[in-house]
Design a protein around this ligand. Structure first.
Ligand code: ADP
Ligand code: MG
Length: 265
């Protein structure tokens, strides 16, 4: 495991990024740094630009201006595949699993991205040892995420909460150093989401992962994250430690006022 030092090479930096869709500015000159080894949260109202930021980092959306760096490596202009190979994995706001496939097969899809096609072909054809090694690692990660009992079950038969765990595990199967989670606990009960927070935290520690998480579940976000950035109308309105951010009057007005009503707190 590499040691993380001050000014570390694995910070994720979004610098002056603008993305617009016609007249709508999803991100307007946004700069934010997500520190290596930390669990950072990105919050804000619907339409604030949170998912767009993840899409910009992953290369799914090109930027209109600005740059994105992962450590020394510039991500701007690279393909999603190249960016995944830099150690960045993500989950999506909407569940993306193959319901007819087993949990294990869904996780192996994450694993395939580790191998280029020729390697994968030879793994399929000949290299049983290599295949067994990958399988063992996938099972180990699945167990860490609480999926061991469900590996042979069809993903379509799993509960919503378990499907969210499948997506997280599939991201881990690419052996990332940074995981971007887009609304991982949306729709979960409060106890389920806090349990998932503790799974994410222990895995992040064990695997020396950086995490950027988006969610509207404030107890989950404030329990999990050590750093919070708030977007509103495509701009950063606050960034800092959770205690600072949750008391920021602009954040309360733009966002937290409404979520605390929704969360009944
Ligand atoms: P959030 O994830 O914070 O809810 P998004 O990043 O999904 O917000 O969206 C920010 C804004 O950008 C919204 O106005 C949304 O409609 C717009 N937007 C996002 N993606 C697209 C797209 N592919 N085409 C057109 N508009 C988009
Ligand atoms: Mg979104």
């Amino acid at each position: 495991m590499t040691e993380i030092t001050a000014g570390d090479t694995r910070d994720l930096r979004v610098e002056g990024v603008t993305i617009h869709f016609g007249g709508v500015y999803a991100l307007k000159d946004v700069s934010v740094r997500f520190a290596a080894g930390e669990i950072s949260a990105l919050i804000g109202p619907n339409g604030a630009g949170k998912s767009t930021m993840l899409n910009a980092i992953c290369g799914i959306y090109g930027v209109d201006s600005g740059r994105v760096f992962y450590g020394e490596r510039e991500l701007t202009g690279r393909s999603p595949f190249q960016i995944a190979r830099s150690g960045i994995a993500r989950t999506f706001q909407n569940i993306v699993v193959s319901p007819g496939e087993s949990t294990l097969d869904n996780l192996m899809v994450g694993r395939h991205s580790l191998m280029d096609s020729s390697l994968w072909r030879s793994a399929l054809r000949l290299d049983r040892k290599e295949e067994a090694r990958h399988l063992a690692r996938v099972c180990e990660l699945a167990a860490a995420v609480g999926l061991a009992p469900y590996l042979d079950e069809k993903a379509g038969s799993l509960s919503y909460g378990m499907l969210k765990r499948v997506e997280f595990a599939r991201a881990l199967c690419t052996e990332p150093t940074l995981v971007l989670l887009d609304e991982p606990v949306a729709g979960m009960h409060a106890d389920e989401s806090l349990e998932f927070a503790s799974t994410i935290r222990s895995i992040a520690t064990d695997l020396d992962l950086s995490v950027v998480v988006i969610d509207h579940d404030m107890p989950f976000v404030f329990d999990l994250a050590s750093h919070v950035t708030v977007l509103n109308f495509g701009q950063v309105i606050a960034t800092g430690v959770p205690e600072e951010v949750r008391q920021d009057p602009e954040v309360v007005t733009a966002y937290l006022g409404t979520t605390s009503e929704r969360n009944g707190s």
